[in-house]
Design a protein around this ligand. Structure first.
Ligand code: CP
Length: 324
């Protein structure tokens, strides 16, 4: 049985930590801006008839998914192959984990096949950090427990920037995150990134799903009233109830949750007239987000998915070519 979280500090910092993308701690606005500029170049590649460049020829990317994924795994694989990297894929289901092999032995087995970079998703917070200690390859965190999902936040902010392109930072812009913030690594990474870029972030959800300590930083507000959260927002991000990480009894009833916290067309009237509707996916339609609103022109949900490819291309390119 793997622990629910892994220690982030065991007396030794992860080797050459800045070579990895484990979270967004320590990033500067300049680094984000440079990554977005590289993403713009990658987005042009994805507009071509032949969506392939030789930029990462000779490199091997390993996708290590110990937890389920659709968007993140496929877009990393697309991002690697579009740059001519080789890809080796591992998914927990169907692997020898079921025969009792440990995380470390699984990693050492895959590492013997000599990848240059691992994209890691794991249900335990700190798993990507731990793997970075066991390998000489680069590591990108593709979601660890409720702790961090840095490339999701990067693609979310990149999508926002396409609609509000006066990008000296996001000063004067307001992002509202509504739903199960407590269990959300997407929320934590977006809070870190959008406040770094100068935006205000409003968090909204029931008391049981909105931890107070997240509110203790400049630019961040907490509210239990969705109308207050949406007031003047330039982007509204709905989060699903992450029942896979949730203890029982945190919600009175699903009907009451919908009634009080669902992001609806009616409630969006309180937001900025050009406000975007965002969702990191997977979505539980008509629970956290009204289905017709998800399908409306305000919704950029599919654009978020599409932007996952050029942003992840930029991440792979920056780390791998930078490592040479
Ligand atoms: N947003 C996200 O991480 O989606 P997947 O779980 O499908 O990768």
């Amino acid at each position: 049985m793997l622990p629910d979280s892994m220690p982030l500090a065991d007396g030794a910092a992860p080797r050459a930590r800045r070579r990895h993308l484990l979270d967004l701690g320590g990033w500067s606005r300049t680094e984000v801006s440079a990554l977005f500029d590289t993403s713009d170049v990658m987005a042009q590649v994805m507009q071509r008839t032949i969506k392939k460049v030789p930029a990462l020829q000779g490199f091997t990317v390993g996708t290590l998914f110990f937890e389920d994924s659709t968007r993140t795994r496929l877009s990393f694989e697309r991002a690697a192959r579009a740059q001519s990297a080789d890809v080796i894929g591992f998914a927990a289901g169907g692997s020898s984990l079921s025969k009792g092999e440990s995380l470390k032995d699984t990693l050492l087995t895959i590492d013997a096949m000599q990848a240059d970079l691992y994209v890691v998703r794991h249900h335990a917070a700190g798993a990507a950090h731990q793997i970075a200690r066991w390998t000489d390859a680069l590591v990108v965190n593709a979601g660890d427990g409720r702790r961090a999902h840095p490339t999701q936040a990067l693609l979310d902010a990149y999508t926002f920037r396409q609609h509000f392109p006066d990008f000296d930072g996001f000063e004067g812009k307001r992002l509202s995150i509504v739903g199960d913030v407590e269990h959300s690594r997407v929320a934590r990474s977006n809070i870190a990134l959008w406040t770094l870029l100068g935006a205000e972030v409003a968090l909204c959800g029931p008391r049981t799903l909105l931890p107070a300590p997240l509110g203790e930083r400049p630019g961040l507000t907490l509210t239990h009233r969705v109308e207050e959260a949406l007031e003047g927002a330039h982007a509204v991000m709905a989060l699903r109830l992450q029942t896979e990480r949730m203890a029982k009894g945190l919600l009175p009833s699903l009907a009451e949750y919908r009634q009080r916290y669902q992001v609806t067309t009616e409630r969006m009237r309180l937001a900025h007239p050009d406000a975007l509707v965002m969702h990191p996916g997977p979505m539980n339609r008509d629970v956290e987000l009204e289905g017709v609103l998800a399908d409306s022109p305000r919704s950029v949900i599919e654009q978020q998915v599409a932007n996952g490819v050029p942003v992840r291309m930029a991440v792979l390119y920056t780390l791998l070519v930078g490592s040479r």
